[in-house]
Write a protein that binds this ligand. Structure first.
Ligand SMILES: [Zn+2]
Length: 403
């Protein structure tokens, strides 16, 4: 293994000097509200900061994602974190206003500090660090501030891959809260939509129709008992739950002519869309004419870019012997001088698309605790934020030196 001791000492000195600037940057970023689909101001702020920080190239792509590049080396590593946050929640419950970005007892408070603007700020600083210390010769580092992850994870980075064909990441680093643990996978998810046909009729002469709701009942009961789903030793067992039933009926005195059943499916073992439909086919056969498909999401990003995306986000799981995970483990052990245990995320991230669908070898890591995400206690430890920037920079070196 290459000797990184001097690099680490230089990084420590650099981060010590820049700590206050890092804090101010994150505070400013948190004070700009960036709820999903309303990220414009935060996007423009981030792009401006990347330019100010000496990024070699900064773009806001057609979708509205921010992309900043450091270096022009042979190995391309994309670091992704999302700009959008969930709503602020009940402000009266917060100890510090969610847009205050107050610094108290070593923590910065506010919506997005953990999920995901804190990790995003840390990767922005990792890029700046590599450039300022002139360590970028082997790497092309893209920092992606992506959109709308909270509602439709994976969709905006999927569009990003389409509209930036010149960016071809060899590796991906997903920055989301992981309690400073190296992550190698997460479950995927899909929304399955089942349509059950019937014949509408006035309820007073119901026998002249064919009640789609009654026909849907054995399908619902069958799916409820479907527990024999793929089980992965790391990601756990897949699940399926019926979450909603919508009757297509003009009034409550009409028997419905069509019913739509929605099922949330958590995916463990890399099942394809076809696999998910095939496993419920025996239940569909209970009501002839019933069909199932993956639901579609239709939305516009903040700049009006229209996305139509299938609600299917595959699972991803890297081998612990893979280059990207061993690079993560090496960087971790050098950075924190302790043994690295590799874990998996219990929640979904953009890696479902970038690794699960596009096949980009991926490692995950992030400061802070996932339980604070979306809560009124969201805050990030300044120490972890700064340490994470160091880890991400060191990770860029270990990945690009592994070739
Ligand atoms: Zn997140």
């Amino acid at each position: 293994m290459r000797n990184y001791d001097q690099n680490i000492m230089d990084m420590d000195k650099y981060l010590e000097e820049k700590k206050d600037e890092m804090i101010s940057f994150l505070q400013e970023f948190i004070r700009i509200k960036s709820i999903t689909y309303e990220e414009k101001e935060a996007v423009e702020f981030l792009a401006g900061k990347m330019k100010e920080y000496g990024y070699d190239e900064v773009r806001i792509d057609k979708v509205g994602n921010v992309l900043g590049r450091i270096g022009n080396g042979p190995i391309t590593v994309m670091y992704d974190a999302h700009i959008d946050t969930v709503e602020l929640g009940d402000i009266s419950k917060w100890e510090h206003h969610p847009l205050s970005a107050d610094l108290a007892d070593g923590y910065i408070w506010g919506r997005g500090t953990v999920d995901d603007k804190g990790p995003l700020a840390a990767i922005v600083w990792a890029g700046k660090l590599l450039k300022d210390l002139n360590l970028q010769d082997k790497i092309t580092m893209w920092v992606s501030g992506s959109l709308s992850e909270e509602d439709v994870e994976g969709s905006c980075v999927d569009e990003m891959m389409k509209v930036n064909p010149d960016i071809k990441p060899d590796y991906l680093v997903v920055a989301e809260a992981s309690e400073m643990q190296v992550m190698k996978g997460n479950k995927g998810r899909a929304m399955i939509k089942i349509t059950v046909p019937g014949v509408a009729a006035h309820a007073s002469v119901g026998h002249t129709g064919d009640n789609a709701l009654i026909k849907a009942l054995p399908i619902i009961a069958g799916i409820d008992k479907l527990t024999d789903l793929g089980d992965d030793p790391f990601l756990g067992k897949g699940t399926i739950e019926v979450t909603n039933v919508v009757c297509n009926t003009p009034s409550n005195n009409t028997i419905p002519g069509e019913v739509t059943i929605f099922c949330d499916r958590r995916i463990s073992c890399g099942e394809s869309k076809e696999d998910l439909i095939k496993e419920i086919q025996p239940f569909l056969d209970l009501a002839p004419g019933s069909t199932a498909s993956i639901d579609m999401e239709h939305f516009n990003t903040w700049n009006g870019y229209a996305v139509a995306a299938e609600d299917f986000f595959p699972s991803w799981l890297m081998d612990e012997d893979s280059k990207v995970i061993t690079a993560g483990v090496e960087a971790f052990e050098m950075c924190f001088k302790q043994k690295c245990n590799v874990g998996v995320w219990p929640f979904s991230t953009n890696a479902t698309t970038l690794c699960g669908k596009h096949g980009i070898p991926t490692v995950g890591f992030g400061p802070s605790i996932e339980e604070l995400c979306h809560s009124d206690k969201e805050k990030i430890s300044v120490e972890e934020y700064v340490d994470a920037a160091k880890f991400y920079a060191l990770l860029g070196l270990t990945i690009s030196n592994k070739q």
